[in-house]
Design a protein around this ligand. Structure first.
Ligand code: SAH
Length: 296
């Protein structure tokens, strides 16, 4: 920009960067899901996933390189946490997704890729707000969702700092089982987590989504279903039952479909809004909990 003063140009160069992420590869699954490997200047890499449905195109983005939570059923948990992403690096994944699928508009964004969004709190909130502001990317607040394993103090702040939707990775109905699956539960047990959910500010139409990954013989019994009804009854809840996506070396197996349906029935009969989420992109390890960004 030679039409601005030399000193000002120097100041801009000193203070700002214009970077772009590099899309290293795009893999396509047989069901149409596309997985992007996105690289930043320092060599850090994360994965982002594009999930097509007839009426929407969802991009699932990462907030950290690796993860520190070590949930025992999640493949990302087998990586070390290398670093937090910066605000622009989180937003840039949505732009990279758009570039990777120019024929269709991205309609939804979920913070459900690698990392725990609420541990990288400031960058996550700034990125989420850039996505929903009209000066930013102008997504509706209901089409952007932050998913968390339940970092309770951060969750309590989140409701004040952004209006995007929230999903809680619940996965169990007792502290004993939940601590085994999601070790951070030891620090923030179910009682505290659900109290924070109860206090979460929601406008009329919105609900919190509770994610529950179905693990054979671990959290999928009829007693679990009944306990889950008890936990959800006082809340404005939407339950997503997630089919477990196995990965090499994992100690769990998926619950068979008929048992998932029976579990869902118990919830529906008690008027708890519940859907079974189909797994997408498994053949390229693009499904929930399969991201690792190992291929360099
Ligand atoms: N750390 C955040 C976001 C990333 S995980 C969180 O915990 O919510 C996104 C979702 O995928 C979570 O609900 C997580 O529990 C789920 N998930 C992880 N591994 C999975 C697997 N192998 N199969 C199915 N879902 C899995």
């Amino acid at each position: 920009m030679t039409d601005i003063h030399r000193d000002f140009r120097a100041e801009l160069a000193r203070r700002f960067r214009l970077d772009r992420a590099r899309t290293v590869s795009v893999q396509s699954a047989s069901d149409g899901t596309r997985k992007l490997l996105v690289a930043f200047q320092d060599g850090a890499r994360v994965e982002a996933v594009l999930i097509p449905e007839p009426n929407r195109l969802t991009v699932c983005i990462s907030t950290q390189v690796g993860c520190s939570l070590n949930c025992t059923f999640c493949r990302t948990g087998t990586m070390r946490r290398e670093r937090d992403l910066e605000t622009w690096e989180i937003v840039e994944q949505v732009l990279a997704a758009r570039r990777a699928w120019p024929e269709r508009a991205v309609t939804n964004v979920v913070f459900m890729g690698m990392g725990e969004p609420l541990i990288n709190y400031d960058a996550t909130v700034r990125a989420a707000n850039i996505l929903i502001q009209d000066m930013g990317m102008n997504f509706s607040t209901r089409r952007v969702t932050i998913s968390t394993a339940g970092i309770v103090p951060a969750l309590r702040r989140l409701g004040r700092d952004t209006e995007v939707s929230v999903a809680i990775s619940l996965h169990a109905t007792t502290d004993e089982t939940r601590t085994r699956l999601v070790p951070v539960n030891k620090k923030y047990p179910l009682k505290d987590l659900l109290a924070a959910c109860r206090d979460y500010p929601l406008s009329n139409r919105r609900r919190i989504t509770y994610e529950y990954v179905m693990l054979r013989g671990v959290n999928d019994t009829p007693e679990d279903a009944r306990r889950l009804v008890g936990l959800m009854a006082p809340l404005k809840a939407h339950v997503n039952l997630i089919c477990f996506n196995p990965w090499e070396g994992c100690p769990y197996e998926p619950t068979p479909e008929p048992e998932i349906r029976a579990f869902q029935r118990v919830l529906l009969d008690a008027r708890v809004n519940t859907v079974v989420r189909r797994s997408r992109g498994q053949d390229i390890l693009a499904a929930c909990g399969q991201l690792k960004a190992a291929h360099s």
